[in-house]
Each structure stands twice: as C-alpha cells, then as structure tokens.
Design a protein around this ligand. Structure first.
Ligand SMILES: [Zn+2]
Length: 181
C-alpha cells in the first residue's frame, strides 16, 4: 500500500488507540507496506471493533497475524504472487510460532509467542514482504537457549527450557524483547 493509504488508516486507529510517534510509524510502515490497502483497511476496522477505547496501539505481530487471517478468509483476493511454495519445514506457513517468554499467573503459566521466519522456503515474503534480518530453521530454534516451538513443550528440551526460561533470560543479560529476531 502507498504511504498515504497507510497514514490514513493509522489515523483512524489512533482515534481509538494510544497514538504512535512518527518514528514508530516509520517502523510500522516498513513492516506492513507489503499489505494491500484493501486488506489493511479491513484489519484496522476489525481492531477498532474489538479493542477498547484507549487501548495500546496493536503490536506489529498482532497486525501481521490479522493480515494472515484476512488472507485466509479472502482466498479469492489473493494474487498469484502470494501463492505458497511447499515446505515440509514450516508446513508452508513461512514462519514458526515460537515461545520466547513464560510468565506465571494464577491460571498457570502463560506463554508469549513470536513469529520467526522459515529459512527453508520463501513463504516469509507473504508476511514480512522484505527479507527479515535473520531466517531460522527448526534445528536452530530447538538449539536456542530460550526459544522453543509452540507445541514442543512435550519434548524434554521444551520442558527444561520452560522451567528455566526466566533464569536463562537473566543470564543473557537483557530483556527478551531486545534480542534481535
Ligand atoms: Zn518454510
């Protein structure tokens, strides 16, 4: 989408959510400019319908996930350029859903996830548009000291990482949010 269309939709959302700085908008546009204007308009409308007034602005991950959901529900509008290539590594999604933090709560541990792009196919193009700084294989994620694949908790490595996730974050010495994906 063009910057004018992006800016218009962000202004719609800012009437409902907390405002972004100009620098934040630049980053957001870089991350989302591959989304067609029509889809971004629908995504913004859905957030306006579902968020309470005064909520934080949706995260880049949340906006990208909404774009993925939009594509799934509008298959007729997806151009040939978005066709998936077959990938046994990620199942063709182009990304892995990875747990990067586990926080205790009175309802049990809550897993916070992020999306890491798959190194074995080109399907990340559908989500990131331009090549992400780093692509990942399943083996690299399994070998990572903190991350584990969502759903991988049943493996001994997953259980161990989940138990140790806080101390490991401290050993790394910075917020998990600062670790470059
Ligand atoms: Zn893949």
């Amino acid at each position: 989408m063009r910057i004018e269309e992006f800016t218009f939709q962000v202004q719609r959302l800012e009437k409902w959510c907390k405002k972004l700085t100009e620098d934040q908008k630049d980053v957001l546009y870089e991350q989302l400019k591959h989304i067609p204007a029509e889809a971004f308009r629908d995504v913004v409308t859905d957030f306006i319908h579902s968020l309470r007034p005064g909520s934080p602005f949706p995260s880049i991950t949340a906006l990208k996930e909404a774009w993925i959901a939009w594509k799934a529900s509008h298959p007729e509008k997806i151009a040939r350029e978005y066709e998936e290539e077959f990938c046994p590594e990620c199942g063709g999604k182009g990304y892995f859903e990875v747990v990067h933090e586990v926080v205790p709560s009175k309802f049990g541990p809550v897993e916070y996830t992020t999306m890491l792009p798959c190194a074995k196919c080109g399907n990340w193009k559908k989500i990131w548009g331009q090549k992400p700084k780093r692509l990942w294989t399943k083996e690299e994620i399994k070998a990572h000291p903190i991350f584990y694949l969502k759903g991988d908790i049943s493996t001994p490595a997953g259980v161990e990482k989940r138990r140790n996730i806080r101390p490991l974050a401290e050993r790394v010495g910075k917020s998990l949010n600062d670790i470059p994906f």
